[in-house]
Design a protein around this ligand. Structure first.
Ligand code: ATP
Length: 289
């Protein structure tokens, strides 16, 4: 009898959306990506963080099939992006950093036009509503604000009903309300099972959306995991501050009880804080190699 496992040789591949081992890419003297490993599961929202020039866009463009790697193993939905098929392309949704240029068409015309390219396209009206552009549907794109244009980009990224959506700094230029609406849109897509890979400079965005984040610095991943626990965040010492002092401690509750006794009740200006994702991020990207 054939062992049970022999029937499921691709079980891993069925749940893995992105598999990267030892990825490298050099531009002349610049080692943009220097041996990067990444594993993203289907249905995950995964955020890639890192300072300017860290190698995020290069990595993502290699995953999207827009750039050739120098070496390493890459599979995206089971396919090597350097050997793309038409079916594979139709499963991807891509929102690049640069805005679209079909400026003379209206929002509705543009979105309908692109919907026609995809075999499983979403309803254009539903997508226009989801990105909050219903009121602007008949306005020419050149007359939209920067943030509204960005919403058109996002609409074009999701119109093909992608299995895997890449978002490169999607909310740059959004006002706070538009960012919240965008987050709801992404959460909705994630709830429907779309795998989402997001690069962002907004740590609150990564924390709000992603189950896992990776921090890239100097072309390598320096930390990856749940944003709540990244870099020992959850177990880091708490900082207890009050009007006359500051203590870093593993037992903040005990400190507060002692302070409460000392002040005979209410402690003036009391606050307990743990490192934010931003604190951890800054430590990670500044750490020496
Ligand atoms: N086409 C190119 N030719 C030469 N060098 C490049 C090219 N594209 C990127 N680089 C260099 O490769 C490094 C990584 O760039 P990349 O765009 O991947 O970084 P990034 O993390 O996406 O940055 P940002 O946050 O600014 O978008 C940088 O040093 C950049 O100057």
């Amino acid at each position: 009898m054939v062992p049970q496992e022999a029937y499921r040789p691709d079980a891993g591949a069925m749940t893995t959306a992105i598999h990267v081992r030892g990825l490298t890419k050099r531009y002349g003297d610049v080692q943009a990506v220097g041996g990067l490993d990444l594993e993203i599961q289907k249905g995950e929202v995964f955020a890639i963080l890192g300072p300017n020039g860290a190698g995020k866009s290069t990595t993502v463009e290699i995953l999207e099939g827009y750039r050739k790697r120098d070496s390493g193993e890459v599979r995206v939905l089971g396919i090597d992006p350097q050997k793309p098929t038409r079916e594979w392309r139709a499963k991807l949704g891509i929102v690049l950093q640069t805005a679209n240029d079909a400026a003379e068409l209206t929002v509705r015309e543009t979105i309908r036009h692109f919907a026609a390219y995809y075999p499983m396209a979403r309803d254009p009206e539903e997508v226009i509503a989801k990105v909050g552009l219903t009121e602007k549907a008949d306005v020419r794109i050149r007359k939209l604000s920067g943030g509204q244009r960005r919403r058109v980009d996002v609409a074009l990224g999701v119109i093909g009903n992608p299995e895997l959506l890449f978002l490169d700094e999607p909310t740059t230029g959004f006002d706070p309300e538009a960012r919240r609406q965008f987050w709801d849109l992404i959460k909705g897509l994630a709830a429907e099972g779309t795998t989402i890979v997001l690069t962002t400079h907004y740590l609150d965005e990564a924390e709000a959306l992603a189950k896992r984040v990776a921090v890239i610095a100097r072309g390598r991943i320096v930390a990856a995991g749940d944003p709540a626990t990244l870099g020992g965040r959850a177990t880091a010492k708490a900082k207890v501050t009050w009007a006359d002092g500051l203590v870093e401690t593993d037992t903040p509750t005990r400190t507060v009880l002692e302070l409460s006794r000392r002040y005979d009740g209410e402690v003036p200006g009391l606050a307990i804080t743990r490192p934010t994702l931003e604190d951890i991020y800054l430590t990670l990207i500044e750490a020496p190699e």
